[in-house]
Write a protein that binds this ligand. Structure first.
Ligand SMILES: [Zn+2]
Length: 410
């Protein structure tokens, strides 16, 4: 088994061939879920899997499973994969690497004539990016029982075109039930989508889990007035108060170790006129941290900081939490396996938390799950400029091969 070797050139060529489908002028990929381009990408993947001797199944939500048989056909599979859909102006590697790394694992095992006890499944999850149907991580969410199939099939895009209709149109409305069977383990390879690994010159990130996130909507109420006639003293300027609050919540971030990420990303001002003192300002906060208790404390600290400013500036404050997603801790044995594989292969590695959500975060609810990160250039992702080095992709893939081979025997 361990004679099997990843073919770096073949893995890279597969990426470049896949990147032609929906290629953008800026060197990226635009391939929204369940479009004609998504169909072409799926068809190419399926043809490669059949060439590699896999049996391909499609479930009712269009999730694709390509199976390399094991010697024990009744055993629960070891699964790997990710997604082939992208952002409107996305990159060539986000999601695609996880799918093609799985394919390369199968091809490498085929080259070596190596058998595994458990079957190996390569999965393509439907609509991970959530752009077109305003969803997010949809296919794996339904597979893991976190969302209802009927709800997912009923989603529509801006033109009113539905998921069920589009699945049928592109020929990926499969017959298989969605989920409901045991997996022995799930591993997902992915680009980091952040700058840490590249900055440290490290090829593989051993992903311990994913940050939790809490989002807030902050409404600041003051009093509108004429910009020329209302004196500076005694004003109740809602935008000025919001600006002070945004500055204060940024300081809250730096009071915690390890650092959370806190972003005030959107602001709405009323009446939004150059010569009126703003009477209302509403802004959003996105806060993320890997530890649930710290994340909760950060929310309370931000609320207290905003309340103090509102009081001092004679403003009314409504501080509302709009979403709460708990941090994800991956299975300790899976994380250990990824670390041990990198060590055994002599690949530079470090532990890391995912800043973004992934299909693996859903799978973690139903099976022992681990993730493998590789660096991407400048940490840039969800962008046409997204790039990765062939040797880093191969290193991550080699770790994937090793952990899958190990778990396929256990
Ligand atoms: Zn992704």
């Amino acid at each position: 088994m361990l004679d099997a070797r990843i073919n770096q050139d073949r893995l890279w060529r597969s990426h470049m061939a896949m990147a032609k489908i929906g290629a953008t002028p800026g060197g990226g990929v635009g391939r929204l879920a369940l479009t004609d381009l998504d169909k072409q990408a799926r068809d190419l993947f399926v043809s490669w899997c059949r060439e590699a001797g896999c049996e391909v199944r499609v479930d009712r939500l269009g999730n694709i499973f390509a199976r390399r048989a094991g010697t024990d056909s009744g055993a629960a599979p070891v699964m790997t994969g990710s997604h082939l859909d992208t952002q409107p102006l996305g990159g060539r590697f986000d999601g695609i690497f996880g799918v093609l790394a799985g394919l390369e694992v199968v091809r490498a095992l085929n080259d070596a004539g190596a058998a595994t006890r458990r079957p190996l499944d390569i999965v393509v999850w439907t609509d991970e990016e959530g752009v077109r149907f305003r969803t997010g991580i949809m296919g794996s969410g339904v597979f893991c029982g976190l969302e209802k199939l009927e709800d997912a099939l009923a989603k529509t895009d801006e033109s009113g075109c539905g998921v069920a209709h589009e699945l049928a149109r592109i020929g990926y409305d499969g017959a298989e039930p969605v989920g409901g069977y045991p997996l022995h383990a799930y591993f997902e390879a992915h680009i980091e989508q952040g700058p840490v690994l590249e900055r440290e010159g490290i090829a593989v990130g051993v992903v311990e889990g994913a940050q939790g996130s809490r989002r807030f909507r902050v409404t600041v109420e003051g009093e509108e007035g004429h910009a020329g006639t209302l004196p500076m003293t005694g004003r109740r300027d809602a935008l000025l108060g919001a600006a002070r609050m945004i500055h204060a919540i940024n300081k809250v971030a730096f009071a915690h170790d390890p650092l959370p990420v806190i972003t005030a990303g959107a602001i709405f001002v009323r009446p939004n006129s150059p010569n009126t003192v703003p009477g209302q300002a509403v802004f959003t906060i996105d806060s993320r941290h890997p530890d649930a208790a710290t994340l909760a404390a950060i929310g309370e600290d931000m609320h207290a900081a905003c309340a103090a400013i509102a009081k001092a500036d004679n403003l009314a404050l409504h501080f509302t939490q709009t979403s709460d997603s708990a941090p994800v801790a991956f299975d300790a044995a899976c994380v250990d396996s990824v670390r041990a594989a990198a060590l055994a292969l002599g690949i530079a590695h470090r532990d890391i938390y995912s800043g973004a959500g992934h299909d693996a975060c859903n799978l973690n609810h139903i099976a022992p799950t681990g993730m493998i990160f590789v660096p991407c250039e400048g940490g840039i992702s969800h962008n046409e400029k997204e790039n990765a080095k062939p040797e880093d992709l191969a290193a991550g893939c080699a770790v994937l091969l090793r952990v899958m081979a190990e778990w396929a025997e256990s």
